[in-house]
Write a new protein. Structure first.
Length: 161
């Protein structure tokens, strides 16, 4: 593969001195054993092994202050974001609580309605008369009934001074 410099030499030489010089440069003479030079063959890279095991890092007096500033600013930003998002989170939780209480209220109202219906069935006068007949409850005779008269003094238990 040709390098850019070699290509420039081939084409630049052809333009400057004519077509015959370019053919001579491109096609070496027959029997010539010399090769053209490899680009950068005169450059030598020496690799030296470096041992840093005895090197101690220099203390940076400003590094601790920088870290604490970063920690403080992170804390302030965190507190700011929490303060910014707290009202919306509180309203979300309050909405959940309200919906839970509405469901519980509906359940309690249904239960109250069913209990009132059961109470009305139990206090039905026809049912009470049947229970009285089944338990052989009879009305007392007229002579055995005592009616309390609230007009008489001392007939009623009252908290009077």
């Amino acid at each position: 593969m040709a390098t850019l410099a070699a290509l420039w030499n081939r084409w630049g030489a052809a333009k400057e001195s004519g077509h015959a010089a370019a053919d001579q440069y491109i096609r070496p003479a027959a029997g010539s054993g010399r090769l053209r030079s490899i680009p950068n063959e005169d450059v030598y890279f020496f690799v030296k092994r470096i041992d840093n095991s005895r090197v101690v890092r220099a203390a940076d007096p400003g590094a601790g202050r920088t870290c604490w500033k970063f920690i403080g600013m992170t804390g302030l930003v965190t507190v700011f974001l929490i303060g910014l998002l707290l009202p919306s989170a509180y309203s979300l939780l309050a909405g959940h609580d309200i919906e839970t209480l509405k469901v519980e209220q509906r359940k309690l109202l249904d239960e109250q309605a069913s209990l009132e219906l059961a109470e009305a069935r139990l206090l039905d006068p026809a049912r009470l008369q049947e229970l009285a007949r089944a338990g052989e409850f009879v009305e007392p005779p007229a002579g055995r009934m005592v009616y309390l008269n609230p007009d008489t003094q001392g007939a009623l238990a009252m908290n009077a001074k």
